[in-house]
Write a protein that binds this ligand. Sequence first.
Ligand SMILES: Cc1cc2nc3c(=O)[nH]c(=O)nc-3n(C[C@H](O)[C@H](O)[C@H](O)COP(=O)(O)OP(=O)(O)OC[C@H]3O[C@@H](n4cnc5c(N)ncnc54)[C@H](O)[C@@H]3O)c2cc1C
Length: 430
Amino acid sequence: MTIGILGAGLTGLTLGSLIQDCEILEKNSECGGLCRSLEEEGFTFDWGGSHIIFSKDQEVLDFMLVKLGDNIVKRRRNTKILYKGNYVKYPFENGLSELPLQDNFECLRGFINVLIKTNTKPGNFKEWLYATFGDGIAEKYLVPYNEKIWNYNLTKMSAWWVEGRVPKPPVEDIIKSSLGIETEGYQHQLHFYYPKEGGINALIDCLERESKDKLLKKFEVNTIKREDNNWIVSNGTESRRYDKIIATQPLFELIHALADVPAEVYNALHGLKYNSLITVMLGLNVAHLNEYSWLYIPDRDCLAHRVAFPSNYSEAVAPEGKSAVVAEITYNSGDSVDRMPNEEIIARTIQELHKKEIIDKDTVCFAKAMRTRYAYVIYDLEYEKRIAVIKRFLEDAGIHLVGRFAEFKYLNMDACVRNAKDFVKEQLND
Ligand SMILES: Cc1cc2nc3c(=O)[nH]c(=O)nc-3n(C[C@H](O)[C@H](O)[C@H](O)COP(=O)(O)OP(=O)(O)OC[C@H]3O[C@@H](n4cnc5c(N)ncnc54)[C@H](O)[C@@H]3O)c2cc1C
């Protein structure tokens, strides 16, 4: 049986490595999707956003680490939140004693109030933040930060998906944190891995090497048809025939390639919410900029919500004596960031990071910005209803979905690998 895998990001390449008789079609001249890295002037930047390798799923973690072999480093997270000009330990609720005393008190009081009040079930993400952490932690950090990263009204986002993803603090930890007794939150990401060389793309390179005979690049799937029990997949000039297809490309690209899609499916599709990302990649003439992994910035006077310091993951991402920095900014089609030229975003970001004393603008020796259309899936209140309509239609058509924007779920790399492995086991009996 020949299987067509549409898209060669991490998911498509993982499937390719697990399925013998398959072909992988990728629209770009490079594989990797969100896991691509840019190598220029001796710097390596993960331009789909700063990536690290971590997982609670040992089998999946091992899968990724084995692929990378010796090309791996292990790091301990040292992440901060920029709060009122000071660096506070991440997660915020584990760094309360580093806040001004009044703010610390308000966070603790808010958390205790949540414990002693009978809370109603939160109806949206914002209510969930208040009901889980209390008004102090919510208003000082979680609400402003989440409003920035999602670029979406938090009262219109649902709450069900946060369980297990946004860490929920034990009571004891909050008390200790407020008093200044050391605690760690979000343990499964406390240690992480990163390729020694080549950025996150190094993982893609390993998988790509394994599947090089199965791969067809610069093949943008734009029509998919059923013919005599086969799938005919075409880029407009060339067609391929498969017994089965597995879609890993974004749902939008998939549905638009199909004929006779019912109006209710289109309506549901165009109601799905996601945001886009611009990464501002900076090279600095500084040997050791700081000791941090990355920094969260809830302040509204700065476009970036997160600034990563990949030179602290691996020294090889910058030439000797220099450092790499990646600032991440989310936006949506038609908003002010979308309309802003890249040059202006770069200039503003350098100024803003300089003003906040994160970098010195006079040390910038490399600057580039790149955009990623599909960055984060947004679980708004209508999501479950809409996705059910789309998935029912695709299931009836016999099209399989695996991967972040194909399944249209907030999946990290480990979940993509897990879903690819499970798919092969359950659907192909391998
Ligand atoms: C800012 C950011 C930071 C992240 N950080 C981390 C992290 O630290 N750790 C972690 O585990 N995960 C992280 N992730 C998540 C991770 O990037 C994804 O889970 C993973 O890369 C998704 O892989 P995928 O193959 O499913 O999708 P994609 O990477 O989107 O791949 C889809 C592929 O399909 C191709 N394609 C699209 N249309 C077509 C078409 N018409 N025809 C053919 N091919 C097509 C694309 O070119 C692409 O190669 C992060 C994500 C973001 C946005």
